[in-house]
Design a protein around this ligand. Structure first.
Ligand SMILES: CCCCCCCC/C=C\CCCC(=O)SCCNC(=O)CCNC(=O)[C@H](O)C(C)(C)COP(=O)(O)OP(=O)(O)OC[C@H]1O[C@@H](n2cnc3c(N)ncnc32)[C@H](O)[C@@H]1OP(=O)(O)O
Ligand SMILES: Cc1cc2nc3c(=O)[nH]c(=O)nc-3n(C[C@H](O)[C@H](O)[C@H](O)COP(=O)(O)OP(=O)(O)OC[C@H]3O[C@@H](n4cnc5c(N)ncnc54)[C@H](O)[C@@H]3O)c2cc1C
Length: 647
């Protein structure tokens, strides 16, 4: 969904909070009578499954979400994720079914495998997840221990978990929900290793749901968030599956055990790229949700006086509050814009790869890693900032900000831990630097690294700031390359030199990501704004401006090191920033209303459209099971004897 849609006219919703007939959210049975935070771990899961079943049936009804619909349709996936916020404060147990199981079959299966399995999966006749991480290895997937040994005599693979550390650990829905999964395992044929490959494995009996012989399953236990996702563990004891259960779009194993390698061993990592790409949009949604809650609350909440003679003001009138929150609105727009752009890059590269051209895969991988990292890192920080900006009430689960933080911070770890992914992008930047230094052409998003022109005079404009960030990134990459070269010349191995430079590499990678995000946000908004009314276009440009100036001020140290910015420029930037806060303030509530997130989706006492914050807080407090009786039995059992000295 494009920026314009995001702001003014989303086809899926009527404008904020006008319930519709025949709307999925009109089904009251989807909602909880007791807020889920009061349920036990087991009750939470069972309740989530009850709602899941209803929810997916309704999605099929309202969206024709069935065979024929494509899971890789970004708009549809976005809609599903947003509506699911209304039903599940945490994510649903089948999140991985749509998020990774189906994409893995679509991306890794042959046309025949897709025809058979995608049909069953999309109709939800089978339920699946994606099992890659093990107890002992998450990041270093070449170190995975689960084996799949081909037996040509029976034309089967034998799946085995040789150690405790080889247990699959984490997959969403694996505990008690799914009956199939895509398992990533090390392929062996006649003792020879052929890398990590994807296998479609049945785990449970389709009728009884009992684990199949040779399959050990369970749930991994309580977590910081995502409590209803049912993350699980899995081990195999020489479990046999037919040959046609290896997903063979890329590498293949023939009946006689001949291994046919795919065009690149990295194609087995393709599902991860897909998820990293869609996470960016997911983060924009979480940011929109938190910003809407915090901005609306800040318009309702009055606390203290700016001048002694005046009534208590809306806390949104404090410039410090605007500083905390307006960047959140801009950030959501920045990431939804970059997500849209990245999606187009992704589909373009996938299209090229279908016709055998893999040239742009490394650039896509580097971009997906860096945008996944910066979106999850910034949004988790800013969601927490929204929570703090709501004072004490933000600490309540009923605000929905703690849950939202859990969803955001989980994404800093899953689908590639953030530091590790920044180092992947750094690897690409260092290679680009080395390539560029030899006069070879670079990919479009890295070409600026080779700008050898003298450092220009600093300009406090959008172009100036973006150019400044590129200078910072190029300067940091150059520093890294110099340090690595120096260490290697002193006799250090390249790998040790890399490790010794890795703090700088991570910083260079982040600087590059920021340069890409700022430039993309700026150019995509300029493109979209041409079709908008002048007032809307003006507000959008103010948000882009705010975003760029905010990050320039956040990264002043870097700009001072690598550009010609001077003290006077910094003072002017600070003034620009404060002026922008003042200009955007009157539109703050209108801007979050334009995210068009209905009350059910916000699921928050603080963020509802009608502003009845205090009434909702009291209504929710009264739902606490402790308020069901005036005296709790523990008084008689413990407190009374204690106070009377009898205990
Ligand atoms: C907000 C809601 C949105 C919706 C969410 C949807 C639902 C899903 C939600 C949650 C589910 C979470 C599920 C998971 O977490 S699944 C498990 C994910 N696991 C990981 O991501 C593991 C991370 N590790 C890796 O990716 C890799 O192991 C590695 C860190 C990249 C290292 O791999 P390896 O050691 O093999 O590679 P090298 O470092 O040696 O690099 C070799 C070359 O390969 C290139 N490379 C690496 N990865 C890829 C790739 N994916 N595609 C293309 N190329 C890749 C790398 O750049 C090197 O290239 P070079 O040319 O330099 O040699
Ligand atoms: C909520 C959640 C849901 C998940 N869902 C799934 C799922 O559905 N399916 C699935 O297969 N997996 C899933 N995972 C697992 C997830 O993908 C891994 O946790 C993730 O890839 C990180 O791996 P790890 O836990 O082994 O961390 P580690 O790699 O052990 O990281 C620990 C620390 O070591 C550092 N580190 C590790 N390697 C390097 C390196 N090379 N260089 C520098 N530093 C390094 C990291 O930066 C980090 O600070 C999920 C995880 C979470 C939290």
């Amino acid at each position: 969904m494009g920026l314009v849609d995001q702001l003014v006219n989303q086809p899926h919703y009527t404008l904020v909070n006008q319930p519709r007939e025949n709307d999925i959210l009109s089904h009251k049975e989807l909602f909880d009578s007791i807020p889920e935070e009061y349920l036990s771990h087991k009750e939470k899961y069972e309740n989530a499954i009850r709602k899941t079943v209803l929810y997916y049936r309704l999605m099929q009804k309202y969206q024709n979400y069935k065979e024929g619909s494509t899971i890789l349709d970004e708009t549809r996936a976005n809609y599903r994720n947003l509506v699911s916020f209304a039903v599940f404060k945490d994510y649903p147990p089948l999140m991985l079914h749509n998020g990774m199981f189906i994409p893995a079959i679509a991306g890794q299966g042959t046309p025949e495998q897709q025809k058979h399995w995608l049909k069953r999966a999309k109709n939800m006749e089978i339920l699946g997840t994606y099992a890659q991480t093990e107890l002992g290895h998450g990041t270093f997937i070449r170190g995975l221990e689960t084996t799949a040994e081909y037996d040509p005599s029976t034309e089967e693979f034998v799946l085995h978990s040789p150690t405790l550390t080889s247990y699959k650990w984490w997959p969403g829905g694996l505990g008690h929900t799914v009956n199939y999964c895509v398992v990533m395992a090390q392929l062996y044929i006649r003792g020879r290793h052929h890398g990590m490959q994807p296998f479609l494995v049945q785990l449970r009996d389709e009728a009884t749901h009992m684990p199949l012989p040779g399959v050990k399953l369970g749930e991994i236990g309580a977590k910081l968030g995502l409590s209803t996702v049912n993350n699980g563990f899995l081990a195999f004891e020489h479990h046999r599956i037919p040959r046609d259960r290896m997903l063979m779009k890329n590498a293949q194993v023939l009946k006689d055990g001949t291994f046919v390698a795919g065009p690149s061993s990295k194609l087995a990592y393709g599902t991860m790229i897909y998820v990293r790409v869609i996470i960016v949009n997911g983060m924009a949604n979480l940011m929109a949700k938190a910003a809407t809650i915090a901005v609306r609350y800040s318009a309702v909440r009055r606390q203290s006086q700016i001048k002694p003679s005046e009534p208590e003001c809306q806390i949104l009138d404090y410039v410090t509050q605007q500083h905390k929150l307006l960047i959140c609105i801009a950030t959501s727009l920045a990431f939804s814009t970059c997500a849209r752009w990245l999606w187009d890059v992704y589909t373009g590269v996938m299209g090229q790869m279908e016709s055998g051209n893999m040239d742009h895969l490394p650039e896509l991988h580097a971009l997906a890693c860096s945008l996944k990292v910066v979106s999850t890192m910034d949004v988790s920080g800013l969601v927490e900032r929204c929570r703090l900006a709501c004072g004490g009430h933000g600490f309540m689960h009923s605000s929905n900000l703690p849950y939202t933080y859990g969803l955001a911070t989980a994404a800093c770890t899953y689908e590639g831990e953030n530091t590790v992914l920044l180092l992947q992008t750094a690897r690409s930047l260092v290679k680009a630097w080395q390539k560029g230094s030899k006069g070879k052409p670079l990919s479009p998003t890295e070409a600026y690294l080779m700008d050898k022109s003298p450092v220009p005079k600093w300009e406090n404009t959008l172009d100036g700031i973006i150019a400044g960030f590129r200078r910072v990134s190029a300067g940091k990459v150059q520093d890294c390359v110099s340090k690595i070269d120096k260490l290697v010349k002193m006799g250090t191995s390249y790998e040790d030199a890399w490790n010794q430079t890795s703090v700088r590499l991570v910083a260079a990678s982040e600087a590059h990501s920021r340069a890409v995000i700022l430039a993309t946000f700026r150019s995509e908004v300029s493109r979209a704004a041409a079709a908008l009314s002048p007032p809307l276009s003006r507000v959008l440009h103010q948000l882009v401006h705010l975003y760029c100036v905010y990050w320039a001020l956040e990264r002043l140290g870097d700009l001072l090191l690598y550009t010609s910015i001077a003290e006077r420029d910094v003072q002017e930037l600070q003034q620009q920033y404060e002026d922008l806060l003042q200009k955007i303030r009157p539109n703050a509530v209108g801007l979050v209303d334009a995210f068009d997130l209905r009350d059910e989706i916000l699921n928050s006492t603080l963020g509802a459209y009608d502003g009845r914050v205090y009434e909702r807080l009291m209504e929710e407090a009264l739902k606490s099971p402790l308020n069901a009786e005036p005296v709790n039995q523990s008084f008689h059992q413990y407190l009374k004897p204690f106070m009377h000295g009898k205990l």
